[in-house]
Design a protein around this ligand. Sequence first.
Ligand SMILES: Cc1cc2nc3c(=O)[nH]c(=O)nc-3n(C[C@H](O)[C@H](O)[C@H](O)COP(=O)(O)O)c2cc1C
Length: 461
Amino acid sequence: MAAVSVQHLHDPDSISYLSQSSAIGIDEHLMGPLGFSVDQLMELAGLSVASAIAEVYSSLDHARVLLLCGPGNNGGDGLVAARHLQHFGYKPSIVYPKRTDKPLYHGLVTQLESLSVPFLSHEDLPSELSSGYDIVVDAMFGFSFKGKNAPPFDKLVQLLTRTPNVVSVDVPSGWHVEEGDVNGLGLNPDMLVSLTAPKLCAKMFKGPHHFLGGRFVPPAVVNKFNLKLPPYPGTSQCVRIGRTPHVDVAALRENYVGSVLLENQVNSDPIQQFKEWFEDAVAAGLPEPNAMTLATADAEGRPSARMVLLKGYDARGFVWYTNYDSRKANELNSNPNASLVFFWDRLHRQVRVEGDVSPVSREESDDYFHSRPRESQIGALVSSQSAVISGRHILDESYEQLVAKYADRSLAIPRPEHWGGFRLAPRAIEFWQGRESRLHDRIRFTRLANSSEWKIERLSP
Ligand SMILES: Cc1cc2nc3c(=O)[nH]c(=O)nc-3n(C[C@H](O)[C@H](O)[C@H](O)COP(=O)(O)O)c2cc1C
């Protein structure tokens, strides 16, 4: 298993940002002396947009992708991305109001139609895009665009300003390529996929996910235009740049190849040590870095384990949310001893936590419940988790009834009493770093009795 390098997660200032004229110059150079065709560049750009989306949004819970495609190359990138997303298991739909009358674009439309990807009229879109789509891709205008958005794109930009999970391709629509959202009327996308190199406006991007795609820039272009670009990991078509959510970039290790965990390196506070490792896992782009195995045992000591998602951690412990009538909750009620395991495969790391579990406060559960997407809130109401049911229809019928009951989105959905959080207060935390020849590093923190101090020991692998 190859170790992941996170060296590319530098300060954004260490990457080149292009003016509009340099971006145009690079394109002309690629398609002139360097022999690329527009079709090739568009294919790789669209593939990198689809790959970056797949890095952030799983097709399991974000399958419905709406792509808004403009008339130029940016729209073409969107059409290509739609094709790849379809092959990746997403369900793309396309709005392409001003079609370009060129063979390349006709071909892209034909390919999508042959995959039964629906083309929709912008007039048929719901007034709240989030009611029908999990992700919306803004592929309307790219770096060569100047001027004002013409209808219907002006309305589409407005619609996107109140839509979650917007992914902008290269330049957020409505933004000035160099100065950003100068009128304050443009989008605030959650994700930006810069192509070739980020444009100057990307410095103003405040969303949590900034990726670079378009893995075709040869050294001749890097040298001629004096570009500083991050390396792409492995065979990936995209690389995360800028700051990752909740990540203190300064805390990142230089290189994971040959990572070691020595007593004099670890933070004396295991929660801080966990924070560093957790942020490394986020920064390395691992899928669901907050997924953890929760092991419980019943009153007779018979164990059971399952995955849950970490939703918060601090000196008090590690928090997840679940059903208070579930098997795990019943076991915890009779035996509060539990253990958690995190496994971050590509970093060759594992963290094991042991301790006592208790419910979080009602306020914490309320706050988290209401921060979840409405559909997940309804899901929590529907499920009698761990109970035997006679068929899938029990869930589907109950879900439909509750969707109808709470159709008025201004009505808050009350948190059911049977749903809430648990916190495991750690007694022991072990950090495991895989090393060569199976001589792994294992550092265990054990809380000293009646103290906030921790004993630190090395365990044999
Ligand atoms: C990656 C992953 C994350 C999960 N996260 C949660 C979670 O946060 N809360 C939860 O109740 N179940 C979660 N589940 C489902 C649980 O694994 C399990 O099926 C469910 O909680 C019932 O477990 P129990 O019958 O032992 O109580 C997750 C499953 C997976 C695969």
